[in-house]
Design a protein around this ligand. Structure first.
Ligand code: FAD
Length: 459
């Protein structure tokens, strides 16, 4: 008898509860990954390439036994199960708007053939929908969610490795969808981190050995390597957050506590998106539908300047250029550039969010859309709309010597110290080749506040 293990956002062999379920259901399993055009198309080259590399690492861990097929999962997964005559298909549950519908469709066509879709675990320490208020309703505010999430607790990592399951050689399966193999990398300009489970553990071990002790102080400093850079590994499930939480459990420091809180944000946003799938596109707080948005040629030119990192505000430009160079951006910068797009340029958050999703290697719908909505004021726990980031002050506070700006904006490398945050104020003006500010922050701040009156009127 055979089972299918269908990998999605869990490209690893350690801490895989679905392996235990599959091994309990059948004597051998077929490892499957489906290249789904509906997900690949909007991913952007960085995420596609990172995915392919992660799949190569997984295939290697499985002894070359990963079957890769192409198509709509609702058709190809049942077809693979038919060909392998598998009674069950094992997955970690997905809670995103697309994944939920996809899995229901797969489950239905499997059931039509008398086969079962078995969900074991999820990409989260606590599955979305589980943490509830005493009256059973979902949380809308982070701090009480985090408290209840911590009280709920999570399982210990599952003790699995590649040998937990006896993997069937895909070549032994007759018929069914054609094996297409893992695609070649898409050309990508950005430098990407190493892919795969071993790379994830290397990164995590290095962070635990060193930066975790200073994380609480340094996580807001983009000029330092102060954060873990685990987001991309969490995105693809090269490591499960449960594993990270278990490693942190014995550490009582404030930094370890802060790190747990950051992981809780990831879980909170997944929970919110699960409750409100519409919030991937629409304002979570619908009063913000009344916010007047900029449009027209000037707005488009400003959007292009933002995307290309030539707004004339060094901290904003450095962030946007880091995004292009590394397919990643420091959290502080994500907040600064998002605030600039929404409150200085009056453009809709979803345009910025879409641009991020095209370039980020860790692009994750829940964290991204809600990170944007938080900054835009339309999300849960919003930063109050009227508290508008001043890009110069943000630069001086979080990049106090200007090192971060100089790293990503070569035109400003000749400017020493924090003066780099206001190149227009230099004795000879901004260095040649660096643009003038595209807007006057003081004027746009007033404009943002005036526009916000329309939102307030809705309440
Ligand atoms: P660390 O500081 O080491 O944090 C550890 C982990 O905690 C991260 O890997 C991540 O999983 C989680 N985390 C930290 N901060 C947040 C947060 N604010 N929200 C949710 N989870 C968090 N994160 C993504 O993973 N994908 C995205 O597409 C994404 N888009 C964002 C867009 C905006 C506008 C903002 C403000 C934030 C966004 N974030 C996103 C959250 C955060 O910026 C990144 O998770 C973080 O910068 C990743 O780097 P790191 O792993 O070194 O973080």
């Amino acid at each position: 008898d055979t089972a299918v293990v269908w990998f999605r956002r869990d490209l690893r062999v350690r801490d895989q509860p679905a392996f235990l379920a599959a091994a309990g259901a059948a004597s051998r399993s077929l490892a499957l990954f489906v290249l789904d055009p509906a997900l690949l198309r909007p991913s952007g080259a960085a995420r596609r390439t990172f995915l392919y590399r992660s799949l190569r690492a997984l295939d290697e861990a499985l002894g070359g036994r990963l079957l890769v097929v192409h198509g709509d999962p609702a058709e190809v997964v049942p077809a693979v199960a038919d060909a392998a005559d598998a009674a069950s298909v094992h997955i970690a549950a997905d809670f995103g708007p697309y994944g939920t519908g996809r899995d229901e469709a797969v489950e239905k066509s499997l059931a039509d053939a008398g086969r079962e879709l078995v969900r074991t675990g999820s990409p989260y320490a606590v599955a979305p929908g589980r943490v509830r208020k005493d009256d059973g309703s979902p949380f809308r505010v982070f701090t009480p969610f985090r408290r209840a999430w911590t009280e709920h607790g999570w399982r210990r990592p599952a003790e699995t490795d590649a040998s937990t399951v006896a993997w069937l050689d895909p070549a032994a399966v007759d018929g069914g969808p054609r094996a297409v193999g893992i695609p070649d990398d898409d050309p990508v300009d950005a430098g990407l981190p190493d892919a795969g489970e071993d790379a994830a553990h290397r990164q995590w071990t290095a962070f635990l050995a060193d930066a975790v002790t200073t994380y609480g102080d340094d996580r807001n400093r983009p000029d330092k390597e102060g954060t873990s850079r685990m987001s991309v590994y969490l995105k693809y499930g090269a490591v499960h957050p449960r594993t990270l939480l278990a490693d942190l459990a014995s550490r009582r420091s404030t930094s370890a506590e802060t790190y747990r809180t950051e992981l809780a944000w990831r879980e909170f946003y997944a929970d919110i998106l699960f409750q409100r799938p519409d919030s991937a596109r629409a304002n979570y707080d619908r009063a913000f539908d009344a916010l007047p948005l900029a449009s027209g040629r000037e707005a488009e030119e400003r959007f292009d300047a933002w995307r290309e990192g030539r707004t004339g505000f060094p901290i904003v430009d450095a962030g946007m250029r880091q995004l292009r160079e590394q397919a990643w951006m420091h959290n502080r910068l994500r907040m600064i550039v998002a605030s600039f797009l929404v409150k200085d340029l009056h453009l809709p958050w979803w345009r910025g969010a879409r641009h991020f999703m095209q370039l980020l290697v860790d692009g994750d719908l829940a964290s991204n859309q809600h990170g944007w909505q938080w900054t835009a004021g339309s999300g849960t726990d919003p930063a109050p709309y009227f508290r508008i980031f001043n890009p110069v002050v943000q630069g001086e506070r979080f990049d106090p010597d200007g090192d971060y700006v100089r790293r990503f904006v070569p035109e400003l490398r000749g400017v020493a110290g924090k003066a780099v945050h206001q190149p227009w104020a230099l004795p000879g003006g901004a260095p040649a080749g660096y643009p003038e500010p595209i807007v006057d922050h003081r004027v746009e701040r007033q404009e943002a506040l005036a526009r916000y009156e329309r939102v307030k009127a809705q309440r």
